[in-house]
Design a protein around this ligand. Structure first.
Ligand code: GLP
Length: 251
């Protein structure tokens, strides 16, 4: 793993996804050890974090760490899915992390996803994060268009948790989790860019060639405020972990 020179956000080029997963698991272990295991974690979905969650589960089974005392806040959730839908982000987290570890489900939180009373529920969600004294460690993936969570391009950098209309390219990228394109929700609720920026550490995983164009623009281009990932340029403790395919266009 090596820190790339001259990037707008600190970026580690990893030899493999495994290397990134091990580094982040190690960092999380240290964080948990320094806080009696009671850290507040922000969690992400998508393909990128699957290996990290598997590594966390492995380390927990081996008795090397425990997630019993952690509180988790997921970045986003689709709207309009039936409860328990297999493509919901709660189902994803259950499959890849929650059911595989000693995590206390009562301490896991997802943004509200019901249309009714949504504004108040989003404000309440923000209060829950504040009541937990903020997020210590936030994991992020990045969309091909530079979205973080489901903050699509043009999301203000001070935006808060809210409903958002998904970009067509995002719906297409996520269609693999649904039976057909028509089944892919058009709306989701996402933590805002401003909400995400308040986390004390931000860690981004980006793997594969579909991320190479957006990473080139963000890591070596102009500070285009319409690209949500660019918001991390101003964060005091943000880092990206990218593989060779994702780094292909970075000189
Ligand atoms: C979805 C999620 C994002 C995630 C993105 C990238 O759109 N809402 O939080 O970062 O997918 O997914 P992947 O890791 O599969 O490329």
């Amino acid at each position: 793993m090596r820190l790339l020179p001259h990037t707008t956000i600190p970026t580690y080029l990893v030899d493999s996804q495994t290397e990134a997963n091990e580094a982040l698991t190690q960092e999380l272990s240290s964080l948990l050890a320094s806080s009696d295991g009671s850290a507040t974690l922000g969690l992400a979905t998508g393909s990128s974090p699957i290996g990290l969650y598997a590594e966390l589960a492995r380390r927990q089974r081996a008795g090397e760490l425990s997630l019993k005392e952690v509180q988790t806040f997921n970045l986003d959730e689709y709207m309009g899915l039936t409860p328990g839908h297999s493509a919901s982000y709660r189902a994803f987290m259950s499959e890849h992390l929650f059911a595989e570890t000693d995590i206390d489900l009562e301490k896991t939180h997802f943004p509200p996803s019901d249309e009714s009373g949504l504004e108040a529920a989003c404000a309440n969600w923000e209060s829950l994060i504040r009541a937990a004294e903020g997020i210590d460690w936030q994991l992020l993936g990045v969309g091909r268009n530079g979205h973080i969570g489901f903050n699509e391009p043009g999301s203000p950098f001070d935006s808060r948790t809210r409903r958002i209309e998904l970009a067509e390219s995002t719906r297409e990228a996520n269609a693999r989790f649904f039976e057909s394109m028509d089944d892919v929700p058009r709306y989701a609720v996402t933590m805002g860019v401003g909400t995400i920026l308040e986390a004390r550490r931000l860690r981004v995983l980006a793997f594969g060639d579909t991320k190479s164009h957006i990473l080139e623009r963000v890591l070596q281009g102009e500070d285009d405020k319409s690209i949500p990932l660019n918001a991390l340029r101003g964060h005091p403790d943000a880092a990206l972990y990218i593989d060779a395919a994702a780094a292909a266009r970075i000189g």
